[in-house]
Design a protein around this ligand. Structure first.
Ligand code: HEM
Length: 396
C-alpha cells in the first residue's frame, strides 16, 4: 500500500495491499473507529460464506498463520475464547509487573550503549529489548531469544509467495514449536504456559495454540523493533521532544511522569508500527462512509492516516504533549481486537525512550536522514539507526 499519510480525500478508499490484495482503507479517525467496531465486518474469512480473492485457504499456503488460527483471524465466540486465555497476563497490573522486571535489563542495555561513541538503535537497543520481552512474555530462555526475534521479523517482512517467505515461515514454525516445548518445562506461569494448559484441557486446538503463541511473538517483537527506533529518530529531530524525555521523570528534574507519558503517546500517534490493521471482511453487502461494498470485500483501517486526522489533532504532524486527548490515537487499534499488549507496549516504549534520553541527552543521528532505509508495507521498519551517543550539541 502506498503511504496514506493523511485523511485528505475520501474517508474510505480503494488500496492495493502487500501481495496484491485489493482492499478498501478507512483513512479518517471516525470511519476507522466505525469500521473496527462494525458487526457487519468479520476478521474470520470463513464467515463470509463465499471465496474472497483466493481465500479462505489463504493465498500463500506457506504462511504460518494460514494453518494456525490466531486472534486477528478469529471473530465472535472463538476470538473471545482465545483472548480470555491470555488476557490475565496483559492487564494493567500484570503489564506493570512485567515492565518493572524488564526495567533492569533495559537499564543494563542502555548502560552498554553509553560506553560506546556510536551505536545502532535497532541492533543495539530495540532488538535486545524485544528479545528480553519475549523472554518475559513467553518464557523463551536467553539462548533462544535472538533466534526468536529474527524469526518473527523475517516472517512478517518477507514478500508473500517467495522462497524467502517459505523459509522464513518454516523457521518461524520451528520457533513457535520450541516455545511450546519450553512452556512444558517452564517453572513459572507465563502466557505460553496458560496456552499450553488450555490446550491440555481441551479449550484450544493445537493449531489455535500455535497461532496464539505465534501472534504473541510477532505482536511483541515487530511492534517494539519498529516503534523504538522510530521514536528515537523523532526525538532526535525534535529537540523539545528529546529534551522532554531526557528530563524525567525520576531524573532529579521537575518533569512529571504525566509529561513523559504524553510525549510517548504523541510518539506512538506519529509512528504507529502497524500502518494499517489486519483484514476485515464484509459478511453481507453493506454501505460504509457512503460507499456500497459487496459481500466479501476486504476492509482495513489505515492507522497512520487516521492518527493524522486534523479534525481530531489540529496541526497533526506536530508532536504536542499538551493535546486534550493525547492517548486517543489508533496506534493500538480499536474495538474487540484492541491490542492485547497495549499497556505493556506503552510502558516499554516509555521506559526505553526515557531511559535512553536521560542517559544520553546528546544523542544525535550519525547518518543523513535520507540515507536511512525503511522497508515493509504494513510494518514500516528501519533497517538500522546509527547514532552518536555523546555528540557535542543536540541536533536540530
Ligand atoms: C507499541 C507497541 C504495540 C503496538 C503499537 C501494537 C499495535 C497493535 C494493533 C494496531 C493491533 C490491532 C490490529 C488489528 O485490529 O487488526 C494489535 C493487536 C494485537 N497486539 Fe499489539 N501492539 C503493540 C505491542 C504489543 C505487545 C507488546 C504484544 C504482546 C503481547 C501485542 C500483542 C497483540 C495481540 C495478541 C493482538 C491481537 C489482539 C486481538 O485480535 O484480540 N502487541 N496490536
Amino acid at each position: 500500500m502506498g503511504r496514506l499519510t493523511g485523511p485528505a480525500g475520501p474517508a474510505l478508499r480503494p488500496v492495493t495491499l502487500a501481495g496484491g490484495l485489493r482492499a478498501w482503507a478507512a483513512t479518517d479517525a471516525a470511519v476507522s473507529r466505525a469500521v473496527l467496531t462494525d458487526p457487519r465486518l468479520t476478521n474470520d474469512v470463513s464467515e463470509v460464506g463465499r471465496p474472497v480473492q483466493g481465500f479462505p485457504v489463504r493465498r500463500y499456503p506457506e504462511d504460518f498463520f494460514a494453518h494456525a488460527p490466531q486472534l486477528l483471524s478469529a471473530s465472535g465466540d472463538r476470538h473471545r475464547r482465545m483472548r480470555r486465555i491470555v488476557a490475565p497476563f496483559f492487564t494493567a497490573a500484570a503489564a506493570a509487573g512485567t515492565a518493572a522486571r524488564l526495567r533492569c535489563e533495559a537499564a543494563q542495555i542502555i548502560r552498554c550503549l553509553a560506553d560506546r561513541d556510536r551505536v545502532d538503535i535497532v541492533a543495539d537497543l530495540a532488538l535486545p529489548l524485544a528479545a528480553a520481552t519475549v523472554g518475559e512474555v513467553l518464557g523463551i530462555p536467553p539462548e533462544r531469544r535472538r533466534t526468536a526475534v529474527t524469526a518473527a521479523l523475517a516472517a512478517s517482512a518477507s514478500a508473500p509467495g517467495t522462497e524467502a517467505a517459505r523459509s522464513a515461515h518454516r523457521a518461524f514454525s520451528r520457533t513457535v514449536l520450541q516455545a511450546i516445548s519450553g512452556a512444558r518445562r517452564s517453572p513459572t506461569p507465563t502466557a505460553a504456559t496458560a496456552v499450553l494448559h488450555a490446550n491440555r484441557a481441551g479449550e484450544l486446538t493445537s493449531a489455535e495454540m500455535a497461532g496464539l503463541l505465534g501472534m504473541l511473538l510477532i505482536g511483541t517483537v515487530d511492534s517494539l523493533a519498529t516503534v523504538i527506533p522510530a521514536g528515537t529518530l523523532l526525538a532526535m529531530r525534535r529537540p523539545d521532544v528529546g529534551r522532554g524525555l531526557s528530563q524525567g521523570p525520576g531524573n532529579g528534574s521537575s518533569c512529571s511522569a504525566a509529561h513523559t507519558r504524553a510525549l510517548t503517546e504523541e510518539i506512538l500517534r506519529l509512528n504507529p508500527p502497524f500502518q494499517h490493521t489486519g483484514w476485515r471482511f464484509t459478511r453481507e453487502p453493506c454501505r460504509i462512509a457512503g460507499i456500497s461494498l459487496p459481500q466479501g470485500t476486504v476492509v482495513v483501517a489505515s492507522l497512520l492516516s487516521a492518527n493524522l486526522d486534523p479534525a481530531v489533532w489540529p496541526d497533526p504532524l506536530r508532536a504536542d504533549p499538551h493535546r486534550r486527548a493525547p492517548s486517543g490515537h489508533l496506534s493500538f487499534g480499536h474495538g474487540p481486537h484492541y491490542c492485547l499488549g497495549a499497556a505493556l507496549g506503552r510502558q516499554l516504549v516509555h521506559d526505553a525512550l526515557v531511559g535512553l534520553f536521560s542517559r544520553l541527552p546528546r544523542l544525535s543521528l550519525a547518518a543523513p536522514a535520507d540515507e536511512l532505509t525503511w522497508h515493509g508495507a504494513c510494518l514500516r521498519r528501519m533497517d538500522r539507526l546509527p547514532v552518536d551517543t555523546h555528540a557535542s550539541a543536540p541536533t536540530g
